[in-house]
Design a protein around this ligand. Structure first.
Ligand SMILES: Cc1cc2nc3c(=O)[nH]c(=O)nc-3n(C[C@H](O)[C@H](O)[C@H](O)COP(=O)(O)OP(=O)(O)OC[C@H]3O[C@@H](n4cnc5c(N)ncnc54)[C@H](O)[C@@H]3O)c2cc1C
Length: 431
């Protein structure tokens, strides 16, 4: 009987996995592959800060799951996973509503022989008062789009010459990790671009971006050299950086720190940490405190060998205490490995343990710069990079994802189309 592999979550990892499974198993009818996602389209998550500032036009970079499924020999089902029945081997999907709140699809069950969960992560507000109500998050494309609209409204207001309100536009970003740092640089770039597109009163000097980090330096997981360099670059862009500063409360008007400082601002963005979606800890599978599903190094749940999890929503052990980090490059490597393990599982062969290879980390500072460290080859301890080479290396991460999901020739055509669009279309989404 044809086995059914159900993958929930078509993000950085899940979409690569179904593409590989579709090409190897689906195409030859060796297994039925189904992808379930709550969205109709995929945008690679590391681009979300560009979506949030409009520097990336989602219409140009999004992939329709339905269209992609047809070309890659898998089936796509739109739906949001809400539960699991391990005895019946079914995934429960919540009802689907349209924008007006009308129910389009009622709750459903999807049967599986093998289930893979690649549901990603959500922002962690650590239960801090007012954060979920008053801060923007950029964990989904919809949230990024919502921030972009608020940002455009705020820029429009500040640009209005008839308004007597000639004050600064302040934006608080909480979290000095890669997301917060990259967003700070993109916001500066977005304000400069809007100035060129006719927001003539929107002077750089009127934008006040604060980056607030709890640790003693920004980018704590990266080397001190990278952190120092990025700190200097952001200061050149007039971003004010507060390290050793933790937020204790958020209101609509401002953020209160635990040492009694108050940062008033028009917009607040929370990028201070992630956790797996909370419902994962209610499925009857073992999870960590941050809701990540505990899996063996084969990526099988420690409780059920027919259930796999990977990417941000899983805790996959590496060494004694460590887990695979929640990063797109990890999800990319895991998708490749898991495709092989699932093929082995269907053939009744032993599965192999996944070993994460750190290829380094690069931080993009919009068009201004990119900084980071690349690992591999002869550079066992990594090579510090900045400038054009770092920017090219950063861009190549996305191109690698595109090659996996579209193949070489389509990615090459996409690159040509991107260079035409650079001249044909506005450099940012303006509406
Ligand atoms: C702004 C930003 C910048 C980043 N930059 C980098 C970077 O430079 N380098 C790097 O390595 N990493 C980066 N990351 C981290 C990286 O994006 C994640 O580690 C990576 O996307 C994780 O892949 P994933 O497949 O586990 O989850 P995701 O890519 O988040 O995909 C999860 C998928 O699951 C779907 N989903 C969620 N819940 C449900 C549900 N209940 N039912 C159905 N579908 C569901 C979502 O719609 C989504 O398609 C960045 C993250 C952000 C937010």
């Amino acid at each position: 009987m044809t086995q059914h592999i159900v993958v929930v979550g078509g993000g950085a990892g899940g979409l690569e996995l179904v593409t590989r499974l579709g090409r190897s198993l689906g195409k030859r009818n060796k297994a039925k592959i189904t992808l379930i996602d709550r969205s109709a389209t995929h945008v690679w998550k590391p681009l979300y800060h560009e979506l949030a500032t409009g520097v990336l036009n989602s219409n140009l970079d999004e992939v329709s799951f339905q269209g992609h499924a047809k070309n890659h020999h898998y089936r796509f089902l739109r739906g949001s996973m809400a539960g699991l029945d391990r005895e019946k081997r079914v995934v429960r999907l919540a009802p689907l509503f349209n924008e007006d709140g009308d129910e389009i699809l009622s709750s459903r069950e999807v049967a599986y022989d093998y289930l893979v969960m690649a549901l990603g992560s959500v922002a962690n507000d650590f239960g801090i008062e007012g954060v979920s109500e008053h801060c923007h998050f950029i964990d989904t494309a919809e949230q990024a789009e919502s921030f972009r609209k608020s940002m455009l409204d705020a820029f429009l207001h500040i640009n209005d010459a008839s308004s007597k309100d000639q004050r600064e536009l302040a934006i608080n970003i909480v979290g000095g990790g890669a997301t917060g740092v990259e967003l700070a640089a993109e916001l500066t770039k977005a304000s400069e671009m809007l100035h060129d597109y006719g927001y003539t009163d929107l002077e750089h000097s009127r934008l006040k971006i604060r980056l607030i980090e709890m640790a003693e330096r920004i980018l704590p997981p990266l080397s001190e050299k990278v952190s120092r360099k990025v700190h200097q670059e952001l200061e050149k862009l007039d971003v004010t950086i507060h390290t050793d500063t933790s937020i204790g409360k958020a209101t609509k008007e401002g953020l209160y720190t635990n040492d009694d400082q108050y940062f008033e601002a028009d917009l607040h963005v929370w990028a201070a940490g992630i956790k797996a979606p909370p419902f994962l800890s209610e499925l009857g599978l073992s999870t960590k405190k941050n809701n990540t599903i505990k899996v063996h190094a084969t990526m099988q749940s420690i409780d059920d060998e027919r259930i796999y999890a990977f990417g941000d929503c899983a805790f996959c052990p590496q060494g004694e205490d460590d887990g695979v980090p929640p990063r797109a490059q990890a999800a990319h490597q895991q998708a490749k490995h898991l495709a092989k393990n699932l093929i082995a599982a269907l053939a009744g062969e032993p599965l192999k343990d996944f070993k994460y290879t750190d290829r380094g980390s690069l931080v993009s500072l919009a068009d201004y710069d990119a900084v980071g460290r690349l690992m591999g080859g002869l550079a066992r301890r990594g090579v510090f990079m900045e400038g054009v080479m770092a920017r090219l290396a950063y861009a190549s991460l996305y191109r690698m994802h595109q090659v996996t999901i579209h193949g070489f020739s389509k990615t090459a055509f996409t690159m040509v189309a991107d260079s035409f669009n650079y001249y044909l279309k506005p450099r940012m989404k303006l509406h």
